[in-house]
Ligand binder design. Structure first.
Ligand SMILES: NC(=O)C1=CN([C@@H]2O[C@H](COP(=O)(O)OP(=O)(O)OC[C@H]3O[C@@H](n4cnc5c(N)ncnc54)[C@H](OP(=O)(O)O)[C@@H]3O)[C@@H](O)[C@H]2O)C=CC1
Ligand SMILES: CC(=O)N[C@@H](CCC(=O)OP(=O)(O)O)C(=O)O
Length: 317
């Protein structure tokens, strides 16, 4: 069976990667909008309603508009933007969470998780389900991310030598310091947390790759679980998963001369979870590609589930 697929926002950062992957797919007929008409509402509407499945790789406002333009029951939607991620009419596209995969298979509307939210939720949700972390635990986390997460305009700044020099973009930069990052609502909802995590991302001068660190303190946990207990619980939760891998406990072997290489999962849909620790402290780190499992790879994984294809994709690396 061949499916017609339209990517609204095909010339953007996430859209382009989805396009590259799907153009090799024998069972996908990619519908092509003329580049100069890609923002024409009427033209987009035609493609949005013709397709069996659409990817919305757009800013929130344009994604909301696209959803409103779809007037038929046939077109299924995968939305990469932040809009609708916590909307109860939409399915959250993180198949590795229990029960989520089945919901995605039959969903009409799926939201692709935010890149930072993906790492935090995958690190914490299994621990809450296992009673290792309490729902009101004061979670703090930070991620170090490549600049491509900021989309075309952000990339253009980092890749323009004059702007790069003028803005000192060689130095990493904290952002969302008002503690209001747009992923907090989905982090709370899908990790199962009562309070928003204290989250400050850091953007650095490499293109892609992300590492989300989530520290926990053993004496603050209800059962005083150790780092090893945390590792066992995470490994059990993700056993058999194709893309989420819990790496051996406290393994020096995965470090690069004792240091952590954020970009090691780039150009794949792979997400690796590490647990480091001592008697009192636990550090969970999720490492992945913000454009892979953090965006385009995750979007294609969801499409594969929705259309009944094999779950993997060429971003598997
Ligand atoms: N980059 C990332 O790591 C991630 C991004 N996302 C989310 O995915 C969405 C897309 O992000 P990203 O690809 O980075 O963004 P980009 O800015 O790189 O791309 C957005 C694309 O949408 C196009 N566009 C803007 N407005 C309209 C409109 N009204 N009609 C049609 N096309 C329009 C832009 O056109 P033009 O080419 O003219 O600029 C551009 O090609 C965003 O909501 C983002 O938050 C999600 C996860 C990760
Ligand atoms: C470096 C950078 O700016 N990253 C973006 C996240 C990209 C992403 O995944 O967010 P959405 O899917 O919600 O757009 C940010 O932190 O806002």
């Amino acid at each position: 069976m061949t499916y017609s697929v339209f990517i609204d926002g095909q010339e953007g950062t996430t859209g382009l990667r989805i396009y590259e992957d799907l153009s090799k797919h024998a069972d996908i007929n990619l519908l092509q909008i003329d580049s100069d008409k890609r923002k024409h509402t009427e033209e987009r509407s035609k493609f949005l309603n013709e397709a069996d499945l659409v990817f919305l790789c757009l800013p929130d406002a344009a994604a909301t508009e696209a959803v409103a333009l779809i007037k038929n029951e046939k077109t299924r939607i995968i939305n990469a933007s932040t809009a609708f991620r916590t909307d109860p009419d939409w399915v959250y596209g993180l198949p590795e969470l229990k029960q989520q995969r089945e919901q995605i298979r039959s969903a009409a509307k799926v939201s692709v998780p935010g890149c930072h939210a993906t790492g935090l939720i995958l690190a914490i949700r299994p621990l809450i389900e296992a009673g290792i972390v309490q729902q009101d635990y004061p979670v703090t986390c930070y991620s170090i991310t490549g600049y491509s997460g900021a989309g075309k305009s952000g990339i253009a700044e980092y890749e323009n030598p004059a702007i790069f020099a003028a803005k000192n973009l060689n130095a990493p930069r904290h952002y969302a310091l008002q503690l209001n990052h747009k992923h907090l609502p989905e982090m709370m909802m899908f990790a199962g947390l009562q309070y928003a995590p204290l989250f400050t991302p850091i953007k650095a001068s490499f293109a892609q790759g992300i590492a989300m660190s989530v520290p926990l303190v053993n004496r603050m946990l209800p059962k005083r679980a150790s780092a090893k207990d945390v590792h066992v619980a995470l490994a059990a939760y993700y056993e058999g998963e194709r893309f989420v891998h819990v790496m051996p406990y406290d393994s020096e072997a995965y470090l690069d001369e004792g240091e952590f290489l954020i970009t090691a999962c780039n150009h794949t849909n792979r997400l690796e979870i590490f647990v480091f620790g001592n008697d009192d402290q636990i550090n969970i780190i999720a490492r992945y590609d913000n454009l892979g499992k953090g965006a385009s790879g995750a979007a294609i994984q969801n499409m594969n589930l929705m259309l009944g294809f094999e779950e993997g994709n060429s971003l598997v690396g």
